[in-house]
Design a protein around this ligand. Structure first.
Ligand code: GLP
Length: 241
C-alpha cells in the first residue's frame, strides 16, 4: 500500500492524475465512482482537464459504489443524482455510460446481483476512487461487513447516518436507513484502489487502515491485501500514524 501525505489540493491532483493517465492509455477504461465530500475536488479537476486539456471520457464508463434505498429519483441526495451533477454531466457522459445499484428496485437482491453482473460484463473496474467513513467503512460496508462480501443491502449505522445528516439539512431522521453497496470483495476486484481522506475526524480510521490488523471491524483494512492501493491523506488525517 502506497501512502502519500500532502495538502488536500495536491491529493486531488494526484488522484485525478491516476485517472488521467489511465484514460490516455486506455480510453475505454472503467472508473469506479465514490460519493461523499472526499472526491469532490478530484471530480473538479477531471472536469477541468476534460474542458481544457482534451481529456476524453467518450469511451470510458463509470460504476458507482453505492446507493441509498428508497430515495425518490429526483431527490438531490440520491447518489445517482449526485454523481450526475458532480462528474457525469461535466465530462460529457451519457446516462447509460454510468451505472449504479438501483435503490428503487422492487426486488433489491435481484438488483444487487444484476449490478455485479454489469460490472463483470464491463470487464471490471480499472481504477476505483474511494473515501472512508469515520468508522472505517468504504462504500457503505459498515463495521462487521464480511471481507469477502459482494453487492448487497446493508443497514446504515447510527454514526454514518449522523455523519451524513449534513447532506439532509442536518436532520438524521431524513437520512435513509438502508443502502445497496458494492461489497468489500467487489471493491477488492478493482485493479487499482485510490482512497482519499482529509481532516482530523478521519485520523483514527486512517490509523486503522494503514497500521491496524485486517479486521471486519475496520472494513477499509482489507485494502492492505490489495496489490495496488494508493492512500492519499493530508496532515490532519495522518495525525495518528
Ligand atoms: C459515505 C459514502 C462513502 C464515503 C463516506 C465518507 O458514507 N457512502 O463512499 O467514502 O461517506 O464521506 P466523506 O467523503 O463525505 O467524508
Amino acid at each position: 500500500m502506497e501512502v502519500v501525505i500532502a495538502p488536500a489540493e495536491e491529493l486531488a491532483l494526484l488522484a485525478a492524475g491516476h485517472v488521467d493517465a489511465l484514460l490516455r492509455r486506455r480510453p475505454d477504461a472503467v472508473i469506479g465512482l465514490a460519493t461523499g465530500s472526499s472526491p469532490l475536488k478530484v471530480y473538479d479537476e477531471l472536469a477541468r482537464r476534460h474542458a481544457e486539456d482534451g481529456l476524453s471520457f467518450a469511451r470510458a464508463r463509470g460504476f458507482m459504489l453505492d446507493e441509498y434505498v428508497g430515495l425518490p429519483a429526483d431527490h438531490p441526495e440520491r447518489y445517482r443524482t449526485v454523481i450526475e451533477k458532480e462528474i457525469a454531466s461535466r465530462v460529457g457522459w451519457a446516462p447509460e455510460q454510468v451505472q449504479g445499484p438501483d435503490g428503487l428496485a422492487d426486488d433489491l437482491p435481484a438488483a444487487c446481483a444484476a449490478y455485479e453482473a454489469a460490472i463483470a460484463a464491463a470487464g471490471g473496474v480499472d481504477v476505483q476512487i474511494l473515501g472512508i467513513g469515520t468508522d472505517g467503512h468504504i462504500a457503505f460496508n459498515e463495521p462487521g461487513s464480511s471481507l469477502a462480501s459482494r453487492t448487497r443491502i446493508k443497514t446504515l449505522t447510527r454514526q454514518t447516518r449522523e455523519d451524513n445528516a449534513r447532506f439532509f439539512g442536518g436532520d438524521v431522521a431524513k437520512v435513509p436507513t438502508h443502502c445497496l453497496t458494492q461489497g468489500l470483495g467487489t471493491i477488492m476486484d478493482a485493479r487499482h484502489l485510490v482512497l482519499l481522506a482529509t481532516g482530523r475526524q478521519k485520523a483514527e480510521a486512517v490509523h486503522q487502515l494503514v497500521e491496524g490488523p485486517v479486521s471486519a471491524m475496520w472494513p477499509a483494512t482489507i485494502m492492505q491485501m490489495h496489490p495496488h492501493a494508493t492512500v492519499l491523506i493530508d496532515d490532519a488525517a495522518a495525525g495518528r500514524l
